[in-house]
Design a binder for this molecule. Structure first.
Ligand code: SF4
Length: 282
C-alpha cells in the first residue's frame, strides 16, 4: 500500500472513531454517483472493512437519474468486476428538475434533494443502518463559509446525522480527507468516472465564489483551509452570541444569577459578576 492510500485510510478510520461512523454489524449503503469522491469512499470503506475488528457490510448504490448520455453500464460493470454488492436504482428525476427549475437557475438543490429521498427510501427497504456520502473536508469547509456568508448560520456538514424524517443515519467518512488527495487517488486507481455535467447544470455560483476565495487565501497562506477546518473542532461557546447555546451549556447562569433570576445560593456564588442587562438599562 502506498503512502497516499495509507493516509486516506487513516483519515477515514480517525473520523469513524471520533464520531462512531462505523459500528458492529452495520449495513452501510454507500451512495456512488460515479464521481471521484464516491468511488474513493467505496474503495476505502472496503479496505477498512477488511481490517476492522468488527463485522459490517456494504451495499454500493447508484441512482441513475435519467441524465442525457448517462453511461448506464459503466458502474454495474465496475461493481461486478470488483466484486461489490450493488444496486442500481433508475428514477428519472432529470425530467422533474427540468420542469420545476426556472431556466438559468442551477438544478443542484432540487436534484440532490430528490436523490437523497430515493436513497432514504432504499435504505429502509434494504434495512441499511447507515447511508455513507462522499463529502470531503473541503466540502465541509466550503459549506461552513457558505452558511456564514449567505445564511447567517454557524454550521458546517455534520460527520454523522440522523435524517430529518428520523428514518436514517447519514455518515460522511471522508470528512477528514482533503479533496486534492481524492483527486490524486482517483487518478492512481483509474476509477471509471462519470462526469457530473451530464445534467447540463452550472455549479452554484456562490459555492464557486467561496471556493475561489479560499483558494486565493490558501495561495497566500497554505494553512488557511486547514485552519478553518480545525476551527470546527475548537469552538469557544463563551465567545459566541447564541443565547440558546449559552443557556444549554450553563453559560448564562452567572448573568441570570447576578440579575436576581437565579436561586439564592447560585446568586451568592456569582456575587462578583457584573449584571450586563442592568448596565444596559442605565
Ligand atoms: S451537478 Fe447535475 S447531477 Fe449533480 S447535483 Fe447538480 S444537477 Fe444533480
Amino acid at each position: 500500500m502506498d503512502r497516499l492510500e495509507k493516509r486516506l485510510l487513516d483519515d477515514v478510520a480517525r473520523a469513524s472513531a471520533d464520531f462512531a461512523l462505523l459500528e458492529p454489524n452495520d449495513r452501510v449503503l454507500v451512495a456512488v454517483s460515479g464521481g471521484k469522491d464516491s468511488h474513493a469512499l467505496l474503495y476505502l470503506l472496503r479496505e477498512i472493512q477488511k481490517r476492522a475488528p468488527f463485522p459490517f457490510s456494504l451495499l454500493a448504490v447508484n441512482v441513475d437519474q435519467g441524465h442525457p448520455g448517462y453511461p448506464k453500464q459503466l458502474l454495474p460493470d465496475y461493481f461486478a468486476r470488483e466484486g461489490y454488492d450493488y444496486r442500481i436504482v433508475e428514477e428519472d428525476t432529470y425530467s422533474i428538475v427540468k420542469e420545476k427549475v426556472p431556466a438559468g437557475k442551477t438544478f443542484c438543490s432540487l436534484c440532490s434533494r430528490l436523490r437523497r429521498g430515493i436513497l432514504y427510501t432504499l435504505a429502509s427497504e434494504v434495512s441499511a443502518t447507515k447511508i455513507a456520502l462522499g463529502h470531503h473536508r473541503d466540502d465541509v469547509i466550503e459549506t461552513l463559509m457558505l452558511n456564514l456568508f449567505y445564511s447567517g448560520q454557524l454550521k458546517a456538514m455534520p460527520p454523522r446525522l440522523r435524517s430529518d424524517d428520523g428514518r436514517n443515519v447519514v455518515i460522511r467518512p471522508l470528512a477528514y480527507v482533503a479533496e486534492r488527495d481524492l483527486e490524486e487517488f482517483a487518478k492512481q486507481k483509474g476509477f471509471p468516472i462519470i462526469p457530473c455535467d451530464l445534467c447540463g447544470s452550472q455549479e452554484q455560483l456562490q459555492r464557486k465564489q467561496v471556493k475561489a476565495l479560499l483558494n486565493e487565501l490558501n495561495d497566500k497562506n497554505p494553512h488557511v483551509r486547514a485552519n478553518v477546518f480545525a476551527a470546527l473542532a475548537n469552538v469557544r461557546p463563551t465567545h459566541l452570541y447564541d443565547t440558546e447555546l449559552r443557556r444549554s451549556l450553563g453559560l448564562l447562569e452567572a448573568v441570570e444569577a447576578a440579575d436576581g433570576n437565579a436561586t439564592p445560593d447560585r446568586a451568592q456564588g456569582s456575587a462578583q459578576v457584573i449584571p450586563l442587562s442592568k448596565l444596559a438599562r442605565r
